[in-house]
Design a protein around this ligand. Structure first.
Ligand SMILES: Cc1cc2nc3c(=O)[nH]c(=O)nc-3n(C[C@H](O)[C@H](O)[C@H](O)COP(=O)(O)O)c2cc1C
Length: 111
């Protein structure tokens, strides 16, 4: 799996997100929520991870073959888990005034 993206092999473990598209109309939203919850849990337990999906989807057939995933299921993402080698830089968070509109899209003034 490390051929998909090297960080998958660098961690001590990795979770593969396998989804059934037929299970729900909202399977992608379900997966996104599950992935976010797992990332939060991984960090809360003192480990690090990264949402690897772009590279996984580009090489989904290869990843499914490596893991023996049945044809009708999707391999959507992989979450490598390990101890962080570096202290990650926290990107600047936008302030509320930069991201909030009031009542109408584009309206910056509070009513
Ligand atoms: C849908 C999705 C797909 C992603 N795919 C990859 C990926 O294939 N490889 C990777 O290194 N990171 C991937 N990421 C993680 C992003 O590169 C980035 O680390 C993450 O969104 C946090 O970025 P931020 O701290 O700038 O908000 C993906 C993130 C999302 C939401």
């Amino acid at each position: 799996m490390g051929k998909i993206q090297s960080c998958i092999a660098e961690g001590s473990a990795a979770i593969a997100l396998v989804m059934d598209e037929r299970a729900s109309k909202y399977w992608k939203e379900d997966a996104g929520a599950a992935i976010e919850n797992m990332l939060l849990a991984i960090v809360a337990l003192g480990y690090a991870s990264v949402w690897v999906e772009g590279y996984v989807l580009d090489q989904e057939a290869y990843g499914k073959a490596v893991l023996g995933i049945p044809k009708h299921l999707r391999l959507l993402a992989v979450l490598p888990i390990g101890k962080s080698a570096v202290s990650p830089h926290q990107a600047r968070k936008k302030t509320l005034t930069e991201i909030v509109y009031y009542e109408n899209y584009g309206k910056r003034e509070k009513p």
